[in-house]
Design a binder for this molecule. Structure first.
Ligand SMILES: Cc1ncc(COP(=O)(O)O)c(C=O)c1O
Length: 400
């Protein structure tokens, strides 16, 4: 297996008895992996990292104690903390001009900390409004000053990435969401940015190489490409710190966490540990460059089927499609429940679109193997056959 997802020797016992589609005979490939996990986050992690985390949960570094039972001041933990930071540096080629911290509070807390740390009193910041998370970030920034929304795709239900906008040169920073997890769009080209660039990379961090020099700050909740929920990674250009002139409460000041190597207070040890093991796996499997090639192949395979299969259609502008979260709907809405049921009966989970928009969303994060995507493609093809042969009823006005 390409990604070392735990292999099942035998068919999953509940199949096909649970299936409401008894005429569907799966190919051999349908038994290759455990459940095919398309959840948007928390999401699939490499089996190898989970196995290593289980070992550490039982006996961390031969201490005869669990990783969650030891002081974060032990040399054993401090070493892991250093390795976690170093692995981030290695993966994104992060030089000493940038500081790294693992924080708590999720990416949503960063929506507040960014303006608090970087926007001076009476100052302003520029944002693009490209989805739910970007809108949340804008809402929080407005507590601290003026927010210029320089580009928005709200007019078309966030189905594209706005372009051709101008970023004011007197803004304290410009904030983007590089991948819109809910709507399935992704920024593929950065705009010219005359001010510090801050990016919420929660759902595409480490999925592709980036030119780090173009960013002044990156943040990401761990629970998609990096690890379990509970840790948030921030990478900040050091010369951005301490400039807003605001009084910042200790725990909300980036400097507090950076100066103490993310251990000013007790860090979320298990979340950082599993994030480190996931990033170590990523490095071992070729780093972000190799992940990018795999992610391109996976997303191309699924988009090709969405475009080919007459039952389905994508929901976003083609040029702005995300490699991480692929959104699609059925032309005949009445089939959506049946397809979801069919996919679930065949161990494809997490395909429901976000509750705010419906349809389907397949998340293809780094740890998801190509075989899971191929499997889903087969499920879509099989469903098409069933519809065409009349085994699944379509609404009378639908054309298939
Ligand atoms: C792009 C993006 N930003 C922010 C968030 C919020 O993250 P958290 O739940 O860690 O606060 C999410 C969550 O899915 C997200 O996808």
């Amino acid at each position: 297996m390409l990604f070392n997802q735990g292999t099942f020797k035998k068919p999953i016992p509940s199949y096909p008895q649970q299936s409401n589609f008894p005429n569907f005979v799966p190919t051999k490939r349908f038994y290759m992996t455990k459940v095919h996990n398309f959840y948007a986050g928390p999401a699939i992690l490499p089996q190898e990292a989970i196995d290593e985390a289980i070992d550490g949960l039982k006996n961390f570094k031969n201490m005869n104690l669990s990783v969650v039972e030891i002081s974060h001041r032990t040399p054993e933990w401090e070493e892991t903390m250093e390795q976690a930071e170093q692995t981030v540096r290695d993966l994104f080629n992060v030089g000493s001009e940038y500081a790294i911290a693992f924080m708590q509070g999720g990416a949503s807390t960063q929506f507040t900390l960014v303006p608090l740390n970087f926007m001076p009193e009476g100052g302003k910041a520029a944002y693009t409004k490209t989805g739910t998370w970007a809108s949340n970030a804008i809402k929080e920034a407005k507590f601290y000053g003026q927010v210029d929304v320089v580009g928005s795709s709200e007019d078309k239900n966030f189905s594209y990435i706005p372009k051709g906008y101008t970023i004011p040169s007197d803004a304290a920073y410009f904030h983007i969401t590089t991948n819109n997890t809910i709507f399935g769009t992704q920024v593929h080209e950065l705009p010219n940015c005359p001010v510090p660039l801050v990016a919420d990379m929660s759902s595409d961090i480490f999925s592709r190489p980036i030119d780090l020099k173009k960013y002044d700050m990156i943040y990401a909740g761990a629970q998609k490409n990096m690890g379990p929920a509970g840790a948030t990674l921030v990478i900040i250009k050091k010369d951005l710190l301490g400039k807003s002139g605001r009084k910042i409460p200790t725990m909300f000041d980036y400097k507090t966490h950076i100066d103490k190597q993310s251990m000013f207070n007790t860090p979320p040890v298990f979340a950082i540990y599993l994030s480190y093991l996931t990033l170590k796996w990523l490095k071992k499997t070729g780093g972000v460059e190799a992940a990018y090639e795999r992610n391109k192949a996976k997303s191309a395979a699924l988009y090709a089927e969405i475009d080919r299969n007459p039952l389905f259609e994508g929901t976003t502008t083609v040029e702005d499609r995300s490699m991480m979260n692929l959104n699609f709907i059925m032309k005949d809405k009445s089939l959506e429940g049946k397809f979801l049921e069919f996919a679930k009966a065949n161990h494809c989970v997490g395909l429901e679109g976000h509750r705010s928009i419906g349809g389907f969303r397949a998340s293809l994060y780094n740890a998801l193997p190509l075989s899971s995507v191929q499997f889903l493609v087969d499920v879509m093809k099989e469903f098409e056959k069933m519809v065409k042969s009349g085994k699944v009823q379509v609404a009378s006005n639908a054309t298939v």
